[in-house]
Design a protein around this ligand. Structure first.
Ligand code: ZN
Length: 211
């Protein structure tokens, strides 16, 4: 099964990608990781991408798409793949189609912006041992100190509501057109992110028809 996965930061997309990957025994392919890998292995497309990166320029759509295409030709993708964070734009989606890459389902894990801000703003990290907590879902005894080592709990700068809002704006403005593109093709499935990972997975499997 060839899957494209969408989901805003905080929706648990990465976790669900791992679960689907294990269930179907297909790899998750994320643009960033594939780009780094191709540059490291100096594949023809990797060398091209490196020229842009080293010049401090954005890697153009056709190069990114070529790298993705190269990656999905690897034997581990024979049963399918999960594209995570790709295609990001309509030209990328078009390029994918022109290259003959067939997508079976586009799965969007959705959650309201308010809920994301609430979830991410509740995240804490132990300053000393790095254990993650949430003051809502997984609180410590006093929500000030780490239960394991007594270290002070801190928030990540990335989880600041203003930072999250701006990341969400970017996500929506980039993703909505691509989602609409796949919706017109009848490929879009949407799932609402639940509080429990297990509940989201159940909906994800249903949407993929693998329940
Ligand atoms: Zn700790």
């Amino acid at each position: 099964m060839n899957i494209v996965l969408f989901g805003p930061p905080g929706a648990g997309k990465g976790t669900q990608a791992e679960i689907i990957s294990e269930k179907l025994n297909i790899p998750t392919i994320s643009t960033g990781a594939v780009l780094r890998e191709a540059m490291k292995n100096q594949t023809p497309t990797g060398i091209k991408a490196k020229e842009y990166v080293e010049a401090g320029k954005l890697v153009p759509d056709e190069v990114v798409t070529a790298i993705i295409k190269e990656r999905i030709s690897f034997p581990d993708c024979s049963k399918g793949f999960i594209l995570d964070g790709f295609p990001r734009t309509i030209p990328q989606a078009d390029a994918l189609e022109e290259m003959g890459v067939e997508i079976d389902v586009v799965l969007s894990i959705e959650i309201s912006d308010g809920e994301i801000i609430k979830r991410l703003a509740a995240r804490r990290l132990c300053e000393d041992c790095g254990t993650p907590y949430s003051v809502i879902f997984n609180p410590t005894k006093d929500n000030i100190h780490c239960d394991k080592c007594g270290g002070k709990l801190i928030s990540r700068k990335d989880d600041d509501p203003e930072v999250i809002k701006s990341r969400l704006e970017t996500y929506h403005s980039q993703t909505e057109p691509v989602k609409a593109y796949y919706d017109r093709k009848g490929l879009l499935q949407t799932v609402t992110s639940q509080i429990e990972v297990y509940d989201t997975t159940r909906l994800v499997f249903e949407a993929l028809g693998i329940a």
